[in-house]
Design a protein around this ligand. Sequence first.
Ligand SMILES: NC(=O)c1ccc[n+]([C@@H]2O[C@H](COP(=O)([O-])OP(=O)(O)OC[C@H]3O[C@@H](n4cnc5c(N)ncnc54)[C@H](OP(=O)(O)O)[C@@H]3O)[C@@H](O)[C@H]2O)c1
Length: 303
Amino acid sequence: MEILDGKHIAQTIRQELHEQVESLIRRGMRVPSLAIVQVGNNPASTTYVTNKLKACREVGFNARLVSLPADISQQQLLAKINELNSDNSIDGFIVQLPLPSHINETTVTCAINYHKDVDGLHPHNVGLTALGLPGIVSATPRGIRELLMRYGITTEGKHVVVIGRSNIVGKPMAMLLMQKPYLSLPKMSAASLGDATVTLCHSKTRNLKQICLTADIIIVAVGQPNLLTADMVSEGTVVVDVGINRIDDPSSEKGYRLVGDVDFQHVAPKCSFITPVPGGVGPMTIVSLLQNTMQVYMDSITV
Ligand SMILES: NC(=O)c1ccc[n+]([C@@H]2O[C@H](COP(=O)([O-])OP(=O)(O)OC[C@H]3O[C@@H](n4cnc5c(N)ncnc54)[C@H](OP(=O)(O)O)[C@@H]3O)[C@@H](O)[C@H]2O)c1
């Protein structure tokens, strides 16, 4: 069994991005710039936002936090998004989710200029992903694709089971995996991975265990500790655990620890490769956001 070390791969990619930024500076060009909009101060969101801003600054991007109060109206938030849409000093921006319940997330996502949508969640970018055309790919699936590729794991002809059908992970992941790679233009084909036979499972799926037992690769994005247990996994399977769950742990300083959706202790010995939580998909998601920002920046200077 080999660990898919997302922390290490993300560090390598950050180094690559840093070198790209240094080269831009040497040529007298401006550096890429990302803004993050955070509404309210949900502690988990604050941690994610802090990590994203830190990663941005580490590679030499300009990073800006736009912090807004939890009781901001939807209209005020949309006005702020419009401002960022037309701000030429920003290459891309994201609105950290989840948003307070009085704000409609879909309305907000659709209000972002899709050229600046570095989370890849705008319907335009999702549509490009579905068609296998170059666009901005949702950060977590992009990170998983990159992680598999950097470990030399191919998907052609393999049965990949994706558990979870969310718009940010499960659906775009399934779309990327089932693509004919030749549909991708050069910009995307550098990281293309497709030609898989994909089964997309969700809470209404019957016989999840039987389906998983026929998988070459299982990608779990549900948000339930121990959803994937050892009896659901065949010898040699590749397992990617997207889940991030807080569970009480009085022995930890914070009073909790993070676990994924996989019963790691019992599943790992059966796997050829497996991601840990933390240190697997999480760091890859953050670095994909940076790669998306670099992609938007490069598009803007080559137009
Ligand atoms: N590591 C990262 O960078 C990263 C990024 C994004 C998300 N996450 C984590 O990944 C997890 C999933 O996030 P998400 O936003 O994709 O979640 P989500 O929107 O809540 O979707 C969860 C999906 O799991 C399915 N599901 C629920 N119970 C199930 C069951 N018993 N069997 C099979 N499928 C089941 C749901 O099915 P229905 O559609 O039928 O309800 C739904 O499609 C969360 O822990 C989240 O924190 C991590």
